[in-house]
Design a protein around this ligand. Structure first.
Ligand code: ZN
Length: 459
């Protein structure tokens, strides 16, 4: 009898191992197991790394997909997804685990679209930015729709109000001159943020991310920057003002790509709210200071939007499959958006990388900076643009570029050393002649290079 029982239990266990419930909520241990399972199934195109620990010591694990995991290949863009920043908004976490399994499975099945995506893109997936908050929320379980615990981290801090506020700095620079991107962090910024926020900021600074989405819940809408309105301080917390970035049209397009590829987001009527096309400018919904998406745009090269994905922040397990089917295509299409606009190398005459060279687009007051290998990525809508590359000690170079709707236009810049700056004592006769230089302000050479150049405003 006991033999029979043990055989029965063994069978049960075996069945559980062979056929686990695919659509389920994952507690922390389960999440870690799932990430390693994906890595074991796709070892050559994945890597797991931790960007730090939560207040309670849980790892913030990232799963990376790439044909060369762990390596930045020049001209191959980096993209990220962040889930579960609010611990009680759990759908993003589950969708990112589903996405990880899907990418691996489809890669193994030689799905051409997914194989191409993994070969041409380096994808970083952080399923949970707030694992402590999640555990608190999961202990309470799904409730329809009630007050949930676990939104904040274990120190009761809302992580999406915890990033350094660079907006005020940018608004000042817009009027008075100063950098329009890569705005510096305040002194002692580490002491002003939570461990989870610090880990994410260091992560953002160590990869040249181009595109990102931050997955939330409580509404169904694709939200794009700015989240903070210029009058945030003076108006009440519920003030609503459209606060566009210099890349407003591009952000609207990115948000629409998600909402229209999503099963129902684009319909606009969701959770008792109405958002035309299923998108909204953050501040025109409600103004929010120290959020992550504004920080991405102002401190790094990364364009991030915030996706609100479910009315119910903690959906019941039975709803997860429908949610996955509603989001799957949108999650893939959004990743594919990183392959738009222009990209290329910025090199000197000896073909050495000009790391930190600045790429500016006439009419858009937001530059991007070339990465460590001298490669840059500038997302742009289709159209004709005047693009200038500058680097300290080199003559600026301007090109007219056509951006097509399909793949990105490749534009390499070969900069010539500026004669006036190499030998400032001698007056160079017509320095920079012969190159296709248009009138640009001289760059003052500074110790930490391109990041502190005066910006060129809209033409
Ligand atoms: Zn949220």
């Amino acid at each position: 009898m006991s033999d029979l029982l043990s055989a029965f239990l063994h069978l049960l266990l075996l069945f559980k191992l062979v056929a686990p419930v695919t659509f389920r909520h994952h507690r922390y241990d389960d999440l870690v197991r799932t990430l390693y399972k994906v890595h074991n199934q796709c070892p050559y195109v994945t890597r797991i790394y931790s960007i730090g620990r939560s207040v309670k010591g849980r790892h913030l694990y990232v799963l990376e997909f790439s044909d060369y995991p762990g390596i930045h290949e020049a001209l191959e863009p980096e993209v990220k997804y962040v889930g579960n920043m609010h611990g009680d908004e759990v759908l993003g976490r589950e969708l990112l685990l589903q996405l990880s399994e899907f990418l691996c499975e489809e890669f193994r099945n030689q799905n051409q679209r997914i194989t191409r995506l993994i070969q041409e893109t380096r994808i970083h997936i952080l399923p949970s930015m707030n694992p402590d908050g999640y555990e608190a929320a999961a202990n309470q379980g799904p409730k329809v729709p009630g007050h949930l615990v676990g939104r904040n981290n274990a120190n009761e801090v809302d992580l999406n109000r915890n990033f350094p506020d660079l907006n005020t700095y940018f608004y000042y620079n817009e009027k008075h001159g100063g950098p329009n991107h890569h705005l510096p962090l305040p002194d002692n910024w580490e002491s002003q943020v939570e461990p989870e926020t610090e880990a994410v900021i260091r992560w953002m600074r160590s990869f040249n991310f181009v595109l990102s989405a931050n997955l939330h819940g409580g509404a169904v809408v694709a939200n794009y920057p700015y989240d903070k309105s210029p009058g945030h301080r003076f108006r009440n917390a519920h003030s609503t003002t459209n606060s566009p970035t210099p890349d407003d049209k591009l952000f609207q397009k990115l948000a629409k790509v998600y909402s229209y590829a999503h099963g129902w987001m684009h319909q606009g009527w969701n959770c008792g709210d109405y958002f035309p096309d299923g998108i909204t400018n953050g501040a025109s919904w409600y103004s929010l200071s120290k959020g992550m998406q504004d920080f991405n745009y102002l401190h790094t090269n990364c364009f991030e939007i915030t996706l609100e994905l479910s009315c119910n922040k903690f959906p019941r397990q039975e709803e997860l499959q429908r949610e996955w089917l509603g989001n799957r295509e949108a999650l893939i299409q959004f990743l594919e958006q990183v392959h738009h606009g222009i990209k290329g190398m910025v090199l000197d005459e000896n073909h050495h990388n000009l790391t930190g060279a600045v790429i500016s687009v006439s009419g858009i007051n937001h530059d991007v900076t070339a990465g460590e290998q001298g490669d840059y990525f500038r997302l742009l809508l289709p159209g004709t643009y005047t693009v200038t590359a500058t680097a300290p000690g080199f003559d600026p170079l301007t090109e007219n570029v056509i951006v097509h709707p399909g793949k990105p236009t490749l534009v390499n810049f070969y900069l010539k050393r500026s004669i006036t700056q190499v030998n400032p004592a001698k007056k160079a006769p017509g320095g920079g002649q012969g190159s296709r230089v248009k009138a640009q302000p001289r760059i003052t050479k500074k110790k930490d290079g391109a990041r502190k150049q005066p910006h060129r405003g809209p033409a």
